[in-house]
Write a protein that binds this ligand. Structure first.
Ligand code: BGP
Length: 479
């Protein structure tokens, strides 16, 4: 394993809607995530034709509305991150704190002030903020009034938000990420695009139209950040699931190639290269539309060219195997991207297939395709923790998972890949995006809160806390 570079960005990652709570405080508007329940209902609800984003405060109070109350605990939490030695902290800004309804023209000062405090607190400890602009969150008002990202008007609203944020923070923030897991919309379009059955999620053309609008916004954000601060670094963000053909059958190999293009490559190709890839038409054809059916403007294509990202960031949790020739194989249930079970791999309690080597492959594939620095901005093991009576969690399973994945990053460095950093997901326990519950935990820090909202909200260090602290202190030498 090669040594980690001196300036390697060790840290952790979170998202506003999964930690902040304070869902209606200081002028914050209602966000789509505020209307999604936790538990098994979470994803079923968006398939209901009559789903209308109504919020029932009793039903949805916890967890989305309270999160881990980072809004009031950020000082304590960032202090703990500093104690672990974080070089950077990836967090997101809630659009609804800055423009509560999305279509106002003046930002909400109180919302801006909150992130001033968070950023300043990071800088106090020399922690570099890495800020995600759009992370599974948008004003409900924009979705109900304008129909979500499939409407081109979103570009104007989103640019207004990005401008307000970059104007305010670019003196202190150098690293930005535009859209979290932009490609995830292919499998679940609600969180990133605000598309549910009732506003058109069933029609893939809407997803591709939303992507086009997001690509334009992303390119605009890259350009604007550079204009404001020339040394800004802006990245795209992909949910990368390394894909294997199940076997050497050429049919499975071709199916893998196609699936990989559509899921792992399509969005990053546009954001990193500034143009639509040659295979794009074959994807549209599959869904019965043509590129000319999408609403675009000639100026979009210039902008895409001018606003290519500086680096490629991605989340990595699992790999998947593609087989189209044998229907009898068990599917990888729970794996976000489908596929079949890989007999060589074990899965997490949620069925996500654990594959550290897949991370090394992902890093190589991304770097060699785009020749831009790559940044692992999410990785980790979601697990049910069992604290003892002192609230201590001996999370050896998490340490094992992270150790193997950090080794894989080291392997990629040895392969010549330019890896910028590693920010494990949910460095402090938070509300899970897919389950909307607390019990799927990732953190180095245990938060005393359960799925029903009971608990003191107090923070406790897990065994992995000291372990990760030492990893950072030794720059990855001691794992
Ligand atoms: C990614 C998201 C995060 C996050 C993480 C873990 O998809 O960017 O927001 O939550 O996965 O997923 P989950 O919370 O569903 O375990």
């Amino acid at each position: 394993m090669k040594k980690f570079p001196k300036n390697f960005m060790w840290g952790g990652a979170t998202a506003a809607n999964q930690i902040e709570g304070a869902y209606n405080i200081d002028g914050k508007g209602l966000s789509i995530d505020d209307a999604l329940p936790g538990g098994p209902e979470r994803f079923n609800i968006v398939n209901k034709p009559d789903f209308n984003w109504q919020i029932d405060p009793d039903k949805y109070r916890y967890p989305n509305h309270e999160g881990i109350d980072f809004y009031h605990h950020y000082r304590e939490d960032i202090k703990l991150f500093a104690e672990m030695g974080f070089k950077c902290y990836r967090f997101s800004i809630a659009w609804t704190r800055i423009f509560p309804n999305g279509d106002e023209t003046t930002p909400n000062e109180k919302g801006l002030e909150f992130y001033d405090r968070v950023i300043d607190e990071c800088l106090k400890y020399h922690i570099e903020p890495v800020v995600t602009l759009f992370h599974y969150e948008m004003p409900i008002n924009l979705v109900t009034k304008y129909g979500s990202w499939k409407n081109r008007k979103f570009i104007t609203f989103a640019e207004r938000y990005v401008r307000a944020v970059i104007d305010r923070y670019s003196d202190r923030v150098k690293y930005w990420i535009t859209f979290n897991e932009i490609n995830s919309a292919l499998h679940f379009s609600v969180m990133g695009q605000g598309l549910v059955k009732s506003n058109g999620a069933d029609n893939k053309q809407n997803i591709y139209q939303s992507w086009h609008n997001q690509f334009v916004t992303s390119a605009w954000a890259v350009k604007y950040a550079h204009e404001k601060r020339p040394d800004s670094k802006v990245g795209c963000m992909i949910l990368y699931a390394t894909m294997y053909a199940y076997d050497a059958n050429p049919k499975n190999q071709l199916a893998r190639l196609k699936e990989n293009q559509e899921f792992n490559q399509y969005c990053a190709d546009v954001q990193a290269r500034g143009e639509y890839p040659a295979y794009a038409d074959s994807l549209y054809q599959k869904y019965g539309f043509k590129f000319s059916d999408l609403e675009t403007k000639p100026a979009d294509f210039e902008l895409l060219k001018e606003g290519t990202v500086d680096y490629i960031s991605f989340s990595y949790y699992m790999s998947t195997a593609i087989n189209i020739t044998d229907n009898s194989l068990p599917t990888a249930n729970g794996n976000l991207v489908g596929g079949v079970k890989n007999p060589f791999l074990k899965a997490s309690e949620w069925g996500w297939q654990i594959d550290p080597t897949g991370l090394r492959i992902a890093l190589n594939e991304l770097y060699n395709r785009y020749q831009k620095p790559v940044f692992v901005v999410e990785n980790g093991l979601g697990a049910v923790d069992h604290p003892n009576e002192d609230h201590f969690v001996q999370d050896d399973y998490r340490i094992k998972y992270l150790r193997q994945h950090i080794k894989a990053v080291g392997g990629a460095l040895a392969d010549g890949v330019d890896v910028m950093g590693y920010t494990p997901w949910g460095c402090i326990d938070l509300v899970s995006a897919s389950t909307g519950q607390m019990s799927k935990r990732y953190g180095f820090i245990y938060v005393d809160k359960d799925d029903e909202g009971n608990g003191t909200m107090r923070r406790y260090k897990k065994a992995s806390f000291d372990w990760y602290k030492n990893v950072i202190a030794t720059n990855g030498e001691e794992l």
